[in-house]
Write a new protein. Structure first.
Length: 219
């Protein structure tokens, strides 16, 4: 029996991935470096720290990580202030459905949560989510072999097989699958590779499909 659904945030509940990519590209261009669309999956697959490590690897020590990271965050803050945060299709409805059916909801966020709660609040979603878990919450020996999804299940008091993970990108899919959750992928900008498809139990088009699968007893 499913007792909880744990969602990724960017590209899953909120429509932010295209803006993260666009502003990384703009920040890099201002510094004299060009990012190509083929590099988008690596930039979208994690938090800003992950993106900066990737950019440092491909561009070398000449890439101004601190300056580019600061500029990207400035551009993103400006966008959010002017345009707000849009929800992904079905986000509020699936959260309402899960609450009505006494299925706990959580969001798993790689990296820190400096903007996460603000984004979820702006999208009118935070009040509908029971728990928010992020990597900074993992301490001590748990860090040696940490898995955000495994940690989230433990903190909620559920077994992995009692939880569904809904992710849009490779890192989240791999973490959820390796933790033993029923892993659902809802691709955003980046289509799954063969190795991710092998880890995913179901690939869906929108979050409404979660409701349909639960109603039909598929999951």
């Amino acid at each position: 029996m499913i007792k909880a659904v744990i969602f990724g945030m960017d590209g899953v509940l909120i429509d932010t991935e295209k803006w993260h990519y666009q502003y990384w590209r703009e920040a890099a261009l201002e510094a004299g470096f060009e990012i190509h669309r083929a590099q988008m999956p690596a930039l979208c697959d994690g938090d800003d720290a992950h993106a900066l490590r990737y950019l440092s690897e491909i561009f070398g020590p000449a890439f101004p990580c601190e300056k580019a990271g600061q500029r990207k965050r400035e551009l993103m803050r400006k966008h959010v202030a002017e345009s707000g945060i849009k929800r992904k299709t079905g986000a509020r409805d699936v959260l309402d459905y899960l609450k009505a059916n006494q299925i706990r909801t959580a969001v798993a966020i790689p990296g820190d949560a400096s903007c996460a709660e603000d984004y979820l609040t702006r999208a009118s979603l935070l009040e509908k989510i029971d728990d928010v878990f992020f990597e900074a919450m993992i301490e001590g020996s748990e860090k040696q072999e940490h898995n955000l999804y495994r940690s989230a299940c433990g903190r909620m008091g559920f077994k992995a097989e009692e939880c569904i993970a809904v992710e849009a990108f490779s890192a989240g899919v791999c973490a959820a699958a390796s933790a033993g959750l029923y892993t659902v992928m809802v691709p955003d900008l980046v289509k799954p590779r063969k190795e991710e498809e092998a880890l995913v139990r179901v690939q869906i088009d929108t979050l409404y499909d979660i409701i349909l699968m639960l109603e039909d007893g598929i999951i």
